[in-house]
Design a protein around this ligand. Structure first.
Ligand SMILES: *Cc1c(COP(=O)(O)O)cnc(C)c1O
Length: 498
């Protein structure tokens, strides 16, 4: 079930791939590059024929788990189906074949797409303007916090703190810290929602912003959001919305209407562009009018039916990404939005919430549900009820892998012990949800009858249980200088010639 490395498969006499001759003639590469930068020996690369390379990578790909093969119930990550129509649109030569330095007049269609995507996203979240530049959710958070910082500074107000609830995604405090803010944690109440009393005690004239997700990472709607917004604004601070997952409310309610001043959206979650290893992300940020002057440069503007990039924005925080963002992702997201239409997006959210509540009910027969339902687009269960059998959330996650399901998010959010966070999304059928619930039932029964068997799973994958303790020890020893490097890459055996 494993595949050797290409270095191990390498044959010194394998025929080289047929590449066209370099079309750089006089002056040749040797004349263009400084002599010191030129290689004296060819690089030490593996040598395989074209079909051998293709088979090697195909075999590797078949070892991987992917959304195109199985259910991926990763809570907080919205792993929904990536429609193939998006790929066809992104591959159109007018999108795929253009260059960022091209004349604006020759890329009017691409600029129009960006402009229209901005309109669509603004309408979904209820803001005045959107920048499409940030390359991921965390990057969007950071971009928005820089704008909020610039806004306060422009008023001669140097606020130093950002409030973040204890249930927040880890990127929230990280983005705040990277923007130079001091992070202050706000506690959740017993019902899993933010504690208003704790929030009030932490708000002050030092507070630049409160970062919030609604529904929060427990999949619960913050019902007191209007009071929260009022409290935050009364101190002169801004309210930031972590909109990585908009799957609960598209077409139903909008962060802008709840009082949020800035929001990021993950196109690679809600708007079906590929995720993680599937390609680059995109984390557009929407803002209300008071933050608009600080948006990254350039913005896309329309005047008299002509589209142009506006670089003359003196109060802008500057550019946050080369060129205009991950354009291919923008094409995919726009294709999805147009294909769905406003009613379709609303239906997607309603189905996502229905799926989550349906699955929550089934899984609730076997795992603890620490918070009262109904939930929104995801739910958090706890494996705490299995601890007397010596079984943990990690064991359940590993056992699911053997049953052809990807593992849900585990041990997050941190406020729930032995957390198992599930987001089924709207794109999965009832039959898939039923079989997932059956797998959980089977695993929990095994936890009670034969916990040791569970500790030994997965058995059917190329790699079973990794020794995480040994790995952590070795990394620590390496960092303290008392062990060799962890082996993370192939090295030519010293007795073998190059
Ligand atoms: C995924 C996620 C993020 C971070 O998005 P990235 O694109 O991974 O940087 C932030 N907040 C929440 C709630 C998320 O689910």
């Amino acid at each position: 079930m494993t595949e050797p490395l290409s270095f191990e498969l390498s044959r010194p006499n394998a025929p080289s791939p047929r590449l066209p001759d370099a079309d750089v003639s006089a002056p040749g590469p040797a004349d263009l590059l400084p002599r010191d930068f030129l290689r004296t020996h060819p690089p030490d690369l593996p040598r395989l024929s074209e079909p051998e390379i293709m088979r090697h990578y195909s075999r590797l790909a078949s070892l991987n788990y992917s959304i195109s093969e199985n259910f991926y119930p990763l809570g907080s990550c919205t792993m929904k189906y990536n429609p193939v129509a998006n790929e066809a649109a992104a591959a159109l030569p007018g999108y795929a074949g253009i260059h960022p330095y091209q004349d604006e007049d020759s890329v009017q269609g691409a600029l129009e797409l960006m402009w229209r995507l901005e309109q669509a996203l603004s309408a979904v979240v209820g803001v005045d303007r959107v920048t499409l530049q940030p390359a991921a959710g965390a990057h969007g958070e950071w971009t928005a916090l820089r704008m909020i910082q610039a806004y306060h500074r422009s008023r001669g107000d140097s606020r130093t703190e950002v409030l973040v609830p204890d249930s927040a995604h880890g990127t929230n405090p990280a983005s705040a810290a990277l923007s130079g803010f001091h992070v202050v944690e706000v506690k959740s109440g017993a019902d899993g929602r933010i504690s208003l009393a704790d929030l009030e005690s932490k708000l002050s004239s030092r507070t630049a912003a409160l970062m919030l997700t609604n529904p929060n990472t427990l999949g619960l709607f913050e019902r007191e959001i209007l009071d929260i917004a009022e409290l935050v604004h009364a101190t002169g601070a801004m309210l930031y919305y972590d909109g990585a997952n908009l799957n609960a409310f598209m077409g139903i309610c909008r962060p802008g209407d709840m009082g949020f001043d800035a929001v990021h959206m993950n196109l690679h979650k809600t708007f079906t562009t590929p995720h993680g290893g599937g390609g680059p992300g995109a984390g557009p940020v929407g803002v209300k009018a008071e933050l608009e002057p600080f948006l990254p440069t350039p913005t896309v503007e329309r005047s008299n039916g002509h589209f142009e990039l506006n670089y003359k924005r003196p109060r802008s925080i500057g550019r946050v990404r080369s060129f205009y963002g991950n354009f291919g992702m923008l094409v995919r997201a726009y294709t999805y939005i147009v294909a769905m239409g406003g009613d379709g997006l609303r239906q997607a959210s309603e189905d996502a919430v229905l799926s989550a509540n349906y699955l929550r009910k089934l899984v609730g027969e076997d795992l603890e549900m620490p918070h009262e339902g109904p939930c929104m687009h995801e739910f958090v269960a706890s494996a705490r009820n299995l601890s007397h059998d010596g079984v943990r959330a990690l064991d359940i996650a590993k056992a699911l892998l053997d049953r052809e399901f990807y593992a849900p998010t585990v041990y997050f959010p941190l406020v729930v012990p032995e957390a198992i966070m599930v987001e089924p999304t709207e794109t999965e059928s009832k039959a898939t949800l039923d079989s997932f619930a059956r797998a959980i039932k089977e695993i929990v029964a095994e936890a009670r009858s034969n916990p040791q068997a569970l500790h030994d799973e997965p058995q059917k994958l190329p790699v079973g249980r990794l020794d995480e303790v040994a790995a952590a020890r070795q990394i620590n020893a390496y960092l303290q200088g008392s062990s060799d490097d962890p082996v993370l890459r192939w090295k030519r055996p010293s007795n073998e010639p190059c």
